[in-house]
Write a protein that binds this ligand. Structure first.
Ligand SMILES: Cc1cc2nc3c(=O)[nH]c(=O)nc-3n(C[C@H](O)[C@H](O)[C@H](O)COP(=O)(O)OP(=O)(O)OC[C@H]3O[C@@H](n4cnc5c(N)ncnc54)[C@H](O)[C@@H]3O)c2cc1C
Length: 289
């Protein structure tokens, strides 16, 4: 197996395009190494993205107007600890902090987590809930795409050969409250069985100005049901509305069955976790976390 360590983005793109599906990009390597060890992949060439020198902001977390940009070289530990993320995207900081263990978080990147597209990853629920976009550079130049459509299926994204995620851009919402909760069914270091990201802007008397809820880890891609939550605009965020949303999410989502839980079990947990998430938002309205 060939190992390449390009210093220029063009070189990395050209290598990826040349070797097509025989190439594998490596960022933190936490998923790639496991896939190699388990014999799930057998690439001709590994292309290490950790030495690119000409991608502006690749190791930075930058606040730009109404969004925060996280470069492809930023680890989950850095995401979890960065003051700007903790202040403006506390749900993303929480999701990053709950991934696996400290060794994984120190090596794994946020962009690699999204590019892996494992249905049971933590950050994607938050990224979809906030309408985040991937910034991709490839043989045909740069493009942006919402994470929601970038994630296509189990371990599948819209990335074409030679395309590299150079950053994630996450919108910030003024005067919002947000939560990320992770329900694990096996061990404290496990991936989620069910996860819930919620984000609300609540006016005086707790009336809902906007509300987004995304359930992760239960289906091939995170599920965000805007038709359910937009119908609640103008209503009061309280136990009654929380229970209504929870019941609708349970009814609409057809969960997978796997070693972390059966479809039936996940349906039960979805209803409980969505309700609790929204009750907590109702209690914490007025702050950002
Ligand atoms: C023990 C263990 C426990 C874990 N627990 C959790 C958990 O609880 N929650 C959770 O969410 N995740 C968990 N993970 C998964 C981990 O978070 C991901 O493996 C990690 O975030 C992937 O990032 P990486 O930088 O290591 O990617 P890599 O392993 O380097 O790459 C992952 C995939 O993305 C592609 N890729 C990476 N970066 C780019 C890029 N910039 N452009 C294009 N393609 C790219 C690679 O080609 C590969 O297909 C766990 C992993 C381990 C090993």
């Amino acid at each position: 197996m060939q190992y390449e360590r390009p210093r220029a983005l063009d070189e990395a793109i050209a290598l990826g395009a040349e070797f097509d599906f025989e190439a594998k990009y490596v960022a933190g390597g936490t998923a790639v190494v496991l896939m190699l060890q388990q014999g799930l992949i057998d690439p001709t060439v590994l292309i290490d993205l950790g030495h690119l020198e000409d991608v502006p902001g690749i190791t930075a977390i930058e606040q730009r107007d109404d969004l925060i940009r996280v470069g492809a070289g930023v680890s989950l530990t850095e995401v979890a600890r960065a003051p700007v993320i903790r202040e403006w995207l506390p749900d993303l900081a929480r999701a990053a902090a709950l991934v696996g263990n400290v060794r994984v978080r120190n090596a794994a990147t946020l962009c690699g987590n999204a590019a892996e597209a494992d249905h049971s990853s933590d950050p994607p629920a938050v990224l979809v809930n906030r309408g985040a976009e991937v910034v991709v550079v490839g043989p045909n130049g740069e493009r942006r795409e919402p994470v929601e459509s970038f994630l296509v299926d189990f371990l599948t994204t819209t990335l074409a050969p030679g395309e590299i995620v150079v950053a994630l851009e996450v919108p910030v919402t003024e005067d919002s409250t947000a939560r990320y909760t992770k329900f694990r069914s096996r061990s404290t270091e496990d991936r989620p069985c069910v996860s819930v990201a919620s984000l609300a802007v609540v006016g005086p008397q707790r009336t809902i100005d906007s509300l987004h809820v995304t359930v992760g880890a239960t289906t091939p891609r995170p599920v965000r049901l805007d038709e359910v939550t937009t119908a609640l605009v103008g209503r009061v965020l309280d136990r009654t509305t929380a229970a209504e949303v929870a019941s609708s999410y349970r009814a609409h989502i057809e969960p997978v069955s796997d070693s972390r839980g059966s479809a039936w079990y996940r349906s039960e947990v979805i209803e409980v976790e969505v309700r609790r998430s929204l009750e907590a938002l109702a209690e914490s309205h007025g702050g950002r976390s």
